[in-house]
Write a protein that binds this ligand. Sequence first.
Ligand code: SAH
Length: 458
Amino acid sequence: MGKMQLPVQKNQIIDCTFEDLTHDGNGVAKIDGYPLFIPNGLPGEKAKVKVTKLNKGYGFGKIIELYEESQYRVLPECPIYEECGGCQLQHLSYEGQLRAKEKQVRDVIQRIGKLDNVTIHSVLGMENPWRYRNKSQVPIGEREGGLIGGFYRQRTHDIIDMKECLIQVEQNDQVLLKVKEVCGKYGVKSYDEKSHKGTLRHVMARYGKATGEIMIVLITKTDELPNRKKIIEDLVNVIPNVKSIVQNINSKRTNVIFGDQTRVLWGAETISDYIGDIQFAISARSFYQVNPEQTKVLYEKALEYAELTGEETVIDAYCGIGTISLFLAQKAKKVFGVEIVPEAIEDARQNAELNKIENVEFAVGEAEVVIPNWYKQGIEADVLVVDPPRKGCDQALLDTIIEMKPKKVVYVSCNPATLARDLRILEDGGYQTLEVQPVDMFPQTMHVEVVSQMILKV
Ligand code: SAH
């Protein structure tokens, strides 16, 4: 076969209009149907572009001159926005971001889900879309004897030192500064990926917004931490609200942050936070939503879509520390939650007790294994809630839902593409999607959370 003819060539300079935005924040221009991805391009803008790279189905380019700016273009607030890559949308006004996310959801619901008669609402955004994140985790490195930590320069593993992150709560910025200072002072070495030597790999800070409680997690290569006692003493002194200092050990050559072993160095094993009236204990390894303000908005929508009267049995699949389960338990007869991380289920049980909620039961395991087993034992849900990770629901779980026939399915998703795929499968299995509500949990980034309501067709 001969070389395929592409409508553009490498290094060619062309005029184009950006039509769209990719999920990683690149502008998209189509040249005779061939998509070019262009960093920093916004929908509606016209530019002179140089083609930098060509693949079979798509290519890349860079802006040489911007002829026409989007009405939504703004100057990024953060001085390290371009190097960092943690945010993708700071050059787009917040209104523009919400529109882009709505379009992203609409597009996949139509293209992948092939759903026509569904109401897609506009995105519920934040009043102040900055300083919202309650969890920060940064890689640690060294420079001139001191510790640095912040983020990897885009597409590299070079660590750039960071003083503040505008989407983090200020408390987390402070914690990271103090940890670098104190650990540096006592001669803690940073871990080096190449030689697999050194001690401190990552630092995580977590903040309970409603309680002011702080957790610090030091992720180290072995269980050794030189000058441990002094470090703890200093940290407790300089960080007034610290409630828990934890060490996690990761001895592997990997870019996965956490290892399997966790131990409390000082204070409590968990910190607590509130979403609405419900209190949550959160341990180092448990998943907890990073934007509690918008989480409340999301869970209230999920509760509304569940339309509970008090008579229902509910299953909450992928329940984490039981956040959605406990929210729903207030209005349901009984809630069953299932989650794969054992520590999260321990937290979930503790959370039920903490809030004196007795009509919930939690199980550790894969949703796609546990729920089919429940079904065999006669546990059937009237309402089933799923909140899977980015890859969406396992086919075995979707099959069980279709067999079990709960009257309603409430699908919470952090990835519209897999949501659309799974909604299609459930539609083919007898469900109808009524509403899709995107919620902006992650301002300044391309991520969008969605909750949707499905009912069993009669
Ligand atoms: N509903 C929770 C957590 C959602 S995040 C909340 O809102 O806080 C998704 C959760 O799914 C994570 O806690 C993750 O550990 C869990 N998980 C991932 N794969 C799973 C599987 N196959 N079965 C059950 N839980 C799983």
